[in-house]
Ligand binder design. Structure first.
Ligand SMILES: C[S@@+](CC[C@H](N)C(=O)[O-])C[C@H]1O[C@@H](n2cnc3c(N)ncnc32)[C@H](O)[C@@H]1O
Length: 490
C-alpha cells in the first residue's frame, strides 16, 4: 500500500550530512547581531548607533561620487536589527520612490559578459557566471571597481546552507533539511564542473585559489539579494537597493520594484525601488520579499522565518508507480490535466488542500472494479468523476495511505510540537535555533492537519456518495430515500 505514492520530503534529497561551512572571507567590519526574526522594527526610530560603519560610509561616498545617488536621496544605509538596512532621512510617503539605480551599476550576466572573464563565462548558467564574477572581483580586492560594494556584503547569513552539522541536527526529519542538503550538493557539483572547465584551465584570469566555500558564499549572496521577475532580468544584483530588508507586516501583493526608462530622451534603464508604506524619518524602509514563500524557503533563501501560520508548509510528493498495471492510462489522464507521473502538492497550515490533490490521489489509487473508468471512452469525463468519491474502497485506500505517510513522516522528527512550543515560549533562543524550532513545529502542524483531514474522511466513508450511486441517480434509477427503483414491466 505504501508504494502507491511517496511522501518524500522534497524534490531534493540526500541523507549525507555536510561538514560545517567555514567563513569564506575576512570580515571587513563588525556586522551587527540581528534582532529576533519576528520583531518589526520599522515602527521604531533608529538610534544614533545606526550611524553606518566606515566600510558602509566609503561605499556610500563611492556611489554618491559616481552620481548613482543624489544628495536628495531619502534613504541612507544604516545598522539595523537585520544587519544593514535603508534608513529614511525624512518622512517618506507610501509608494514614494526611494532609490533609482542606473543599469551601469547592476551586476548581472551582461556585466560578466562585458568583463575580462566574459569570454570564458559565455556558456555558463547565469547564476554561475555571476557567482564566479563576484568571487573573482572579491579576490581582486583593490583592483576591482566593485570593491566598495563587495566590502559591505555579509560573509554569511542565517540561511540553512551555512549551518554547522550540529545546527542542522536541530532540523532532523524536516523537509527543510533535505532541501538544504540537496541544494548544497547541487552547488558543490556545479562548483566541481566550473572548476574543471573554467577556473583551472584559465589560471591567468583566476590566479588565486577558489574553493567550494567561496562558491557557496556567492550562491548565498545571490539567493538572498538578487532581484528577479524584472522585465528581461532574471538575475540581477542592485548595489544599495539590496540593503532593503523584509517586513512581515507588509502584505501588499504588488512588487515594490520595477525597471523603467531613465527618461523620454534616454535609453538608459533604471531600477526603481518604492516604499510600500509611509515611513517616518529615522525609521527603516522595508518591503515584503515574497508572500508566496514558505518558512522553509525563507529559511533557505534568507535565513529568517515568520510567525504567520500560512508560511508553514509541507510538500506532498505523489507518484503513479511504474509498476502499476494501469500506469500508461493513469499517466495519460494525469498529463491531460496538467499533472505528471510525479506531482508535488504544497499544503499550507490553515488552508485547504490544493484542488487537484484528491482527484490525483484517487487516480493513483484506482484499481480493481473501479478500473473501468480508465477506459478510453471515459477519457474526457474521467477527471470530473475523480473530483468526487469513486468507491468506498478507493476512498478508504487514499485515507489509509495518506494517514500512514503522515504518521511515518511525523515519526522522523526528534521533538514533539509541545516540546517545540515550550522552547519557543521560553524565549532566548539563538537565531538559528529559533528558525529550526519554528520550522520543525510548523511542518509537524501541517502534517497533523493533513492527517486530521483524512481521519475525518475515514469516519464519513459510509455516508459519502460514490460513482455508482451518482450514476444511478443520473439515470433516474434511485428513489427519494436512496432506494433502487427497478423497472417493472406493465
Ligand atoms: C537583501 S539582504 C538585506 C540587507 C542585509 N540586511 C545586509 O545586512 O546586507 C537580505 C538579508 O537581510 C537579512 N534580513 C532581511 N530581512 C530580515 C528580517 N525581517 N529578519 C531577519 N533578517 C532579515 C537576512 O540576512 C537576509 O538574508
Amino acid at each position: 500500500m505504501a508504494t502507491l505514492f511517496s511522501l518524500s520530503p522534497s524534490p531534493y534529497f540526500s541523507s549525507a550530512f555536510l561538514s560545517p561551512v567555514k567563513t569564506p572571507f575576512q570580515k571587513c567590519f563588525q556586522r551587527p547581531q540581528k534582532a529576533l526574526h519576528y520583531t518589526r522594527v520599522a515602527s521604531k526610530i533608529l538610534s544614533p548607533e545606526s550611524e553606518a560603519p566606515p566600510a558602509v560610509q566609503t561605499f556610500w561616498k563611492w556611489i554618491s561620487g559616481e552620481g548613482v545617488i543624489s544628495s536628495k536621496c531619502p534613504v541612507k544605509p544604516g545598522i539595523v536589527p537585520e544587519g544593514l538596512g535603508l534608513v529614511a532621512q525624512r518622512d517618506i510617503r507610501r509608494n514614494e520612490v526611494v532609490l533609482e539605480v542606473p543599469k551601469k551599476f547592476w551586476i548581472n550576466p551582461d556585466t560578466v559578459s562585458a568583463s575580462e572573464v566574459g569570454s570564458v563565462c559565455g556558456g555558463l548558467k547565469p547564476w554561475i557566471s555571476v557567482a564566479l564574477f563576484l568571487i573573482r572581483e572579491k579576490k581582486l580586492r583593490e583592483e576591482s571597481m566593485w570593491r566598495y560594494y563587495l566590502d559591505i556584503l555579509p560573509e554569511y547569513t542565517d540561511s540553512t546552507i551555512y549551518w554547522s552539522e550540529e545546527e542542522l541536527s536541530e532540523i532532523q526529519g524536516t523537509q527543510l533539511l533535505s532541501t538544504t542538503l540537496g541544494v548544497k550538493e547541487y552547488v558543490q557539483s556545479e562548483f566541481e564542473k566550473v572548476e574543471e572547465e573554467v577556473i583551472l584551465p584559465n589560471e591567468k584570469l583566476f590566479p588565486f585559489p577558489i574553493t567550494s566555500d567561496d562558491f557557496l558564499w556567492a550562491f548565498g549572496i545571490l539567493r538572498s539579494r538578487a532581484f528577479s521577475r524584472l522585465r528581461g532580468q532574471n538575475l540581477v544584483l542592485i548595489p544599495i537597493a539590496d540593503l532593503i530588508n523584509h517586513d512581515p507586516n507588509i502584505t501588499t501583493e504588488e512588487y515594490a520594484w520595477e525597471i523603467k526608462g531613465a527618461g523620454l530622451f534616454s535609453r538608459e534603464l533604471l531600477f526603481s525601488l518604492r516604499s510600500p508604506v509611509s515611513v517616518k524619518a529615522g525609521e527603516q524602509v522595508m518591503i515584503q520579499y515574497d508572500l508566496n514563500k514558505s518558512n522553509a524557503e525563507l529559511a533557505l533563501d534568507y535565513g529568517f522565518i515568520e510567525s504567520r501560520p500560512e508560511r508553514n508548509a509541507y510538500t506532498l510528493t505523489l507518484q503513479i508507480s511504474e509498476s502499476d498495471e494501469f500506469f500508461g492510462d493513469k499517466l495519460d489522464i494525469a498529463e491531460s490535466n496538467g499533472l505528471g507521473e510525479t506531482a508535488y502538492f504544497d499544503i499550507n497550515l490553515g488552508q485547504s488542500l490544493p484542488p487537484a490533490m484528491i482527484p490525483y490521489l484517487r487516480l493513483v489509487a484506482l484499481r480493481g472494479t473501479d478500473a473501468f473508468l480508465l477506459e478510453s471512452i471515459f477519457r474526457n469525463a474521467v477527471w470530473g468523476h475523480l473530483e468526487l468519491p469513486i468507491s468506498r474502497a478507493n476512498e478508504e485506500l487514499i485515507c489509509q495511505v495518506v494517514r500512514a505517510a503522515c504518521s511515518s513522516a511525523l515519526s522522523s522528527y526528534h521533538t514533539s510540537i509541545e516540546e517545540d512550543e515550550k522552547l519557543m515560549e521560553g524565549g532566548n533562543l539563538d537565531r538559528r535555533l529559533q528558525i529550526a524550532v519554528g520550522t520543525r513545529a510548523g511542518e509537524k502542524k501541517v502534517l497533523q492537519q493533513i492527517d486530521g483531514i483524512f481521519k475525518e474522511r475515514e469516519l464519513e466513508l459510509d455516508e459519502l456518495e460514490y460513482y455508482q450511486e451518482r450514476r444511478l441517480k443520473d439515470l433516474g434509477l434511485v428513489g427519494e430515500q436512496g432506494d433502487i427503483i427497478f423497472w417493472e414491466p406493465k
